[in-house]
Ligand binder design. Structure first.
Ligand code: AMP
Ligand code: GLY
Length: 425
């Protein structure tokens, strides 16, 4: 009998998860809460917020959901996994305690230092004047991070003392993100990349690497965003999925970074049972950790999951049940995705601009923030709106196909970067 699945979340990442599940031979009906206008073509959308744990639990019981898959960190941090498991329901994602690997930077840093996982040196402060004294005595640039979930916005790379001071004031005196501490870090240099793995207790099943583009504009200019595009590369250059990450780098990242974290979490009695995302940097001194996330990355998921040949239902179910994860098989192709975002994003932006996608549009388009107007027309409903994703035997060809596809999308309030994957082209 085919399985009924509920996906929690409503962005491009969840669209890619729904898309991967819809390729599974095991999966019948898919629900998505809250979903979006694009997801609605592949799943039944349910108007429940991702953090409405009571509502989601009641829904899962009522519909006899076989497996729930959680996308966003806010739902994990709200304890959705703990509640579903206590009710005897199967769910993919980390418990609230295990989500600390993302939700508390200090927790993640302490764990890395205990297990000798390479990362920037750091100090934690609650007191503004102590933090300021430390920054004044140290070198520049310096990195100031709010210790908690700040929707990717709680990080300031300060080039000057004034910038560092302003960040500390924001975070410690003005409570911009809430009550909390800051972590002040050594500034590292080198290309960044993302390595995600499915983790079931001590078993780590790494995915192929991808590279995100966090700045809003071409040439890595402009403010930090949730991510403006991503790519992963065919195996010609090695098994990592990125031509600038050697097999040795990849092996190091799995055995000296992801595995010790999985072991430490299991030893602490809070085993990982979902995705561990390493935001990594290839520094002149080797691979180091910038951050961990307790979930699939967005937009990395939209380029990585299309390469997965293994039935994703089997992977999710194995992790949800604490069983062995099946061997992962990946297509030997490059996948590249370009995000189309509302003008003004990541600052304020208008919603409700009509979108037209050419009939016969051939590539994947994942919806990140869209909805249908009353007349059925597609319109913008968020900062990041759509992600065009193309696959090809090589990265230059994937880029060519993807940008051709972007040209098929008409909307007068969207912008996008023209240099996704330029670093390797
Ligand atoms: P995070 O939210 O921790 O991933 O930080 C956001 C961005 O800030 C990262 O993608 C990096 O570009 C930058 N960043 C964070 N920590 C450091 C660091 N220690 N050295 C240099 N850049 C950093
Ligand atoms: N792409 C970065 C993130 O998902 O946090």
């Amino acid at each position: 009998m085919k399985q009924t699945v509920l996906v929690v979340g409503g962005g491009g990442r969840e669209h890619a998860i729904v898309d991967a599940l819809s390729r599974s031979a095991k999966v019948g009906k898919i629900y998505c809460a809250p979903g979006n206008a694009g997801i609605a073509a592949q799943a039944e959308c349910v108007p429940l917020k991702d953090t409405d744990v009571d509502g989601l639990l009641a829904f899962a019981r009522e519909k006899a959901i076989d497996l729930t898959v959680v996308g966003p960190e806010a739902a994990l941090a709200a304890g959705i996994v703990d509640r579903f498991r206590a009710a005897g329901l199967k769910i993919f994602g980390h418990t609230q305690a295990a989500t600390a690997i993302e939700s508390s930077k200090e927790f993640a840093k302490e764990l890395m230092f205990q297990r000798r996982v390479p990362t920037a040196s750091y100090c934690t402060f609650r007191d503004y004047s102590q933090a300021l004294t430390y920054v004044r005595a140290g070198s520049l640039p310096t990195v100031v991070k709010y210790d908690g979930l700040a929707a990717g916005k709680g990080v300031v790379v300060a080039m000057t003392l004034e910038e560092a001071e302003a960040a500390l004031r924001d975070m410690l005196l003005d409570g911009r993100y809430g009550e909390g501490k800051v972590v002040i870090e050594e500034f590292l240099t080198g290309p960044e990349f993302s390595l995600m793995a499915f983790v079931s207790g001590r078993q780590v099943a790494p995915m192929v690497c991808a590279q995100d583009h966090k700045r809003a504009f071409d040439g890595d200019k402009g403010p930090n965003t949730g991510g403006m595009g991503a790519y992963t590369e065919a195996f010609a250059a090695g098994r990592s999925g990125l031509s600038f990450i050697s097999d040795a780098d990849y092996g190091f990242a799995v055995t000296k970074i992801l595995q010790p974290v999985a072991d430490a979490m299991a030893d602490a009695g809070t085993p990982l049972t979902g995705v561990l995302y390493g935001g990594l940097m290839k520094t002149p001194d080797g691979i180091k950790v910038i951050e961990f996330n307790a979930r699939f990355g967005d937009p990395e998921t939209e380029v990585v999951l299309p390469r997965l040949e293994t039935d994703i239902y089997d992977v999710f179910e194995a992790v949800a049940c604490g069983g062995p994860i099946p061997q992962l098989h990946w297509k030997d192709e490059s996948v590249l995705g370009v995000v189309l975002a509302s003008n003004g994003y990541p600052g304020s932006y208008a919603k409700g601009a009509p979108i037209d996608i050419a009939p016969g549009y051939a590539e994947r388009v994942y919806h990140m923030g869209t909805k249908r107007a009353d007349d059925g027309r597609l319109q913008t409903a968020g900062g990041r709106v759509l992600m065009a994703v193309a696959s090809a035997p090589s990265t230059p060809e994937a880029a060519r196909r993807c940008y051709a596809a972007v040209g098929q999308i008409q909307c007068d309030n969207l912008f996008y970067r023209r240099d996704i994957a330029k670093f390797v082209l």
